[in-house]
Design a protein around this ligand. Structure first.
Ligand code: HEM
Length: 198
């Protein structure tokens, strides 16, 4: 076990092996082996979309549920630099590329499903996913064009005056809280298109 779990790369590779075993075992049990066709590639895109969505929203919720409420409790104040110098930049890297990957896989999924334009125009019967897509697009815009630039100032990754840093704090926080607020309805719409909900 130590051979695998001492490395993230080997842990992820082991996850793929587990998946292959599951696909083969379930295929053998049900007599339905995966066939590499359009339906399967569509399914794979859905799976990649959910994985990148979990990466993004997981980190959004980590920031809002764990990091932000805990920061003021960390004493002495100087020890907070462990978070701001090491944890936060790394979180923000996976956070913003998770957001980008979710948008790309989501758009590809809608395109492969053949309804990207109708959904974005909120036309029936694709209104639920269209609303979800617009909410997630606004959230992704916030990540890349509000939260990330402001966090770069706050964390000292770019030059900023003390005044700019003080202003950046509440803007980044409110944009992040806005995304947390939107994540609830957005996820409802995502799942609702194919599984009832409206
Ligand atoms: C702009 C960004 C996004 C776009 C364009 C998008 C697009 C889509 C599309 C087209 C579907 C398929 C709906 C269907 O016909 O069943 C879908 C489903 C889904 N999406 Fe997104 N999405 C986005 C963001 C997100 C985010 C941030 C999450 C967070 C986890 C997410 C999670 C899901 C889930 C869980 C499903 C349901 C899969 C299923 O029911 O099989 N999506 N999305």
């Amino acid at each position: 076990m130590g051979v695998i779990f001492t490395s993230l790369e080997r842990t992820l590779a082991a996850g793929v092996v587990v998946l292959v075993v599951i696909v083969l075992a379930v295929g053998a049990a049900t007599g339905k082996m995966v066939s590499i066709d359009h339906a399967w590639s569509l399914f794979c895109m859905r799976w990649l979309h959910i994985m990148s969505g979990v990466m993004w929203i997981g980190l959004l919720w980590y920031l809002n549920f764990v990091q932000v409420p805990t920061m003021p409790k960390i004493q002495p104040v100087e020890s907070r630099t462990a978070i701001t110098k090491f944890i936060a930049p790394n979180v923000l890297f996976w956070f913003r590329y998770g957001a980008l990957a979710t948008v790309v896989t989501g758009a590809l999924l809608a395109w492969m499903n053949g309804y990207i334009v109708q959904a974005l125009m909120l036309k029936s019967p694709f209104t639920p996913i269209g609303v979800g897509m617009w909410m997630a697009l606004i959230m992704a815009f916030n990540v890349w064009f509000i939260i990330w630039p402001k966090q770069q100032q706050i964390l000292g990754l770019v030059e900023a005056t003390a005044e700019q840093k003080a202003k950046a704090g509440p803007i980044a926080l409110y944009a992040s809280r806005f995304n947390t607020m939107f994540s609830i309805g957005m996820l409802y719409c995502m799942a609702a298109q194919s599984h009832g909900g409206f």
